[in-house]
Design a protein around this ligand. Structure first.
Ligand SMILES: [Zn+2]
Length: 604
């Protein structure tokens, strides 16, 4: 998901007006969907569509009613099949965007629910299934995440319920239809219709299902990475504008496959341009959707500055959305509380993939600048913890809060710096392989990182994910005659903070600060260092207060990496004294434009 537009434009309200049964926001654990087959009949020029679903469900125990999600759907008929018996079932409205399939007597085991219904294709909505007129032609689109798939079909609309989907769509013969899976057949039907059938998907949560119907054009982008076919789907007459998007995929997909060590898992990769949607982009496997202006660009005779900037941001956006194909889609957070496992990762890995385009001394600069913007608002009145409980439509509006993306990504940058780039990658690969096509939690991630690195990040994750605020550190060198020098690090905020530090002629090492103060003995034989630096690599999500600027590496700036210098600029900015100003003045003439402009900005 790309938050170009704020989430929060959804229409609230219950289908049924009056609640008959009190239902929780979440469905029960007693009925687990195993497969959903959906057939739709869609003419985008009409404001309604017809649908039928067949859902295979495993009942964990005897039940009289099976609850599932549905919103703004008019149910025509429902039946339920268990063993050799199939019969009509009664529909019971629930209060929380759910319906109950009432059979009276069901025993544990497999059942199949069949429902025929009619849904709405709103021409104003930005989510659910909706339609828009583009240059005189009607098109149907979808934007489901997090909780609007239920407006397209009855379903188990929570990320923990991942099932294969069999989707087919009946459309007008002169229209095209797209969904997550590749098209496997197209059959003519009477009265100018045809039935388009798509391949069974890998297990997906309902919110990642997508489809589109209309007189689209297709730009064929060939194959990318490990042979994934890439297409760009546009409104009629705009296919040529998809060229840059296909080129971006050819650049980005191989980098992600190389980092994760896992080939793209969803068969084909279509990018679909939306005239309107609740987000800048949505990562539906096989059918990623984007606002048109983020995806398409007119081909030009000669590339210029404007197209270079656009294609760079297109690669960054695709690195986020395609990054989700591993983080979010191959492995899905078990609950929305852990949506940072999707959005934090997609944000972090986009920056990491884009760092492959910059020189080594500029690595992490973009991520550190983004972290600084996050830190500026990371306190209770302006922000919230990365993880919060999502338990209502109201709290679901906050699923895609900025903090989930930006602080989530900054925490990952810190973990990578602390655990080591290779061990962190190995831990992520193990996490992806272990939970492949399934669900995972923050605890699962911590377990994989612990196994790969030997360090347990659980307490650190708890500190940074579950509370707001930027830890504040300060340091002091203790150099006494007849004893090895020590570095005292003081932390004025609670929680576990991994601190990586280095000093003049002392290589970087890391320690996790638990209490308010700790003393680190420097290696035996070390002379009293001329300076120390408490955020080596610049990856830590904390602020260093330079109370004794004489110990800052101001005379050794050439020994700091770009990431460390930029972090130093931001730390000095909040140390409002004359020495800090003098130090910033030196950094204002740094050769790197990002560092010098940040320093000049800090001097204002
Ligand atoms: Zn995203």
């Amino acid at each position: 998901m790309w938050r170009a537009l704020a989430y929060g434009t959804l229409v609230a309200g219950s289908v049924f007006g009056q609640a008959l049964l009190n239902q929780s926001f979440y469905l029960s654990n007693g009925a687990i969907p195993r497969k959903e087959t959906v057939q739709l009949t869609i003419d985008p020029s009409r404001e309604t569509f017809e649908g039928s679903v067949s859902i295979d469900v495993e009942l964990k125990g005897p039940a009289s009613i099976i609850w599932l999600n549905a919103k703004n759907l008019t149910i025509g008929s429902a039946s339920i099949e268990q063993g050799d018996t199939a019969h009509p079932a009664k529909i019971v409205p629930g209060s929380n965007e759910s319906i109950g399939i009432d059979d009276g007597q069901l025993h544990a085991g497999s059942v199949t629910i069949r429902i025929a219904y009619q849904g709405r294709l709103d021409d104003k909505a930005l989510s659910g299934p909706y339609r828009r007129k583009v240059e005189g032609e009607w098109y149907a689109y979808t934007t489901f995440a997090p909780i609007e798939a239920r407006r397209a079909f009855p379903c188990f609309d929570e990320p923990r319920f991942k099932t294969p989907w069999d989707i087919s769509i009946r459309v007008k013969r002169d229209h095209k239809a797209f969904s997550n899976g590749r098209q496997i057949s197209e059959t003519e039907e009477p009265n100018g219709w045809k039935l388009v059938t798509f391949a069974t998907t890998e297990p997906l949560p309902a919110e990642m299902v997508a489809f589109a119907v209309g007189p689209f054009d297709v730009y064929d982008g060939g194959a990318a990475g490990h042979g994934t076919p890439v297409r760009v789907i546009t409104a009629k007459g705009h296919a040529a504008e998809g060229h840059a998007a296909a080129q971006a995929t050819a650049a980005i997909l191989p980098r992600l496959e190389a980092y994760t060590g896992i080939p793209y898992a969803f068969g084909k990769l279509d990018h679909l341009a939306l005239p309107a949607g609740a987000f800048g982009a949505v990562e539906n496997p096989g059918l990623i959707t984007y606002r048109t202006r983020n995806l398409l660009i007119s081909p030009r005779e000669a590339p210029n500055q404007e197209t270079a900037t656009f294609t760079r941001s297109l690669r960054a956006l695709q690195a986020h959305e395609i990054g989700h194909q591993w983080f979010g889609n191959l492995v899905t957070q078990a609950s929305w509380d852990d949506v940072w496992l999707s959005e934090g990762f997609a944000t972090w890995i986009s920056a990491k993939m884009m760092d492959q385009e910059v020189s080594p001394e500029r690595v992490h600069l973009a991520a550190i600048a983004a972290r600084e913007r996050m830190m500026a608002v990371d306190y209770p009145a302006r922000s919230r913890p990365v993880r919060i409980a999502i338990n209502s439509r109201d709290t679901a509006r906050d699923v895609y809060n900025r903090v989930v993306y930006e602080k989530g990504a900054a925490i990952l940058l810190m973990l990578e710096g602390w655990l080591g780039e290779d061990r962190f990658r190995d831990g992520l690969r193990a996490y992806l392989n272990e939970h492949r096509f399934g669900n995972a939690s923050t605890d699962d991630l911590a377990a994989a990182l612990r196994a790969a690195s030997g360090n347990d990040p659980s307490r650190v994750l708890n500190t940074f994910l579950n509370t707001t605020g930027v830890p504040e550190l300060s340091g002091q060198l203790l150099c006494e005659r007849d004893s090895a020098p020590r570095l005292r690090v003081t932390k004025s905020t609670p929680g576990s903070v991994p601190v990586c530090w280095r000093a003049d002629r002392v290589a970087s090492s890391c320690t996790v600060l638990e209490g308010p103060s700790t003393e680190i003995a420097l290696p035996t034989g070390t002379a009293c260092p001329a300076w120390f630096y408490l955020n080596s690599g610049g990856t830590g999500y904390y602020r260093t207060h330079w109370t004794r600027l004489s110990e800052a590496p101001m005379q050794a700036l050439s020994e700091l990496s770009g990431a460390e210098k930029l972090t130093l600029v931001y730390d000095l900015r909040v140390t409002k004294n004359a020495s800090a100003q003098a130090a910033l003045a030196r950094l204002a003439s740094d050769a790197d434009p990002e560092i010098s402009s940040a320093a000049r900005e800090a001097l204002k």
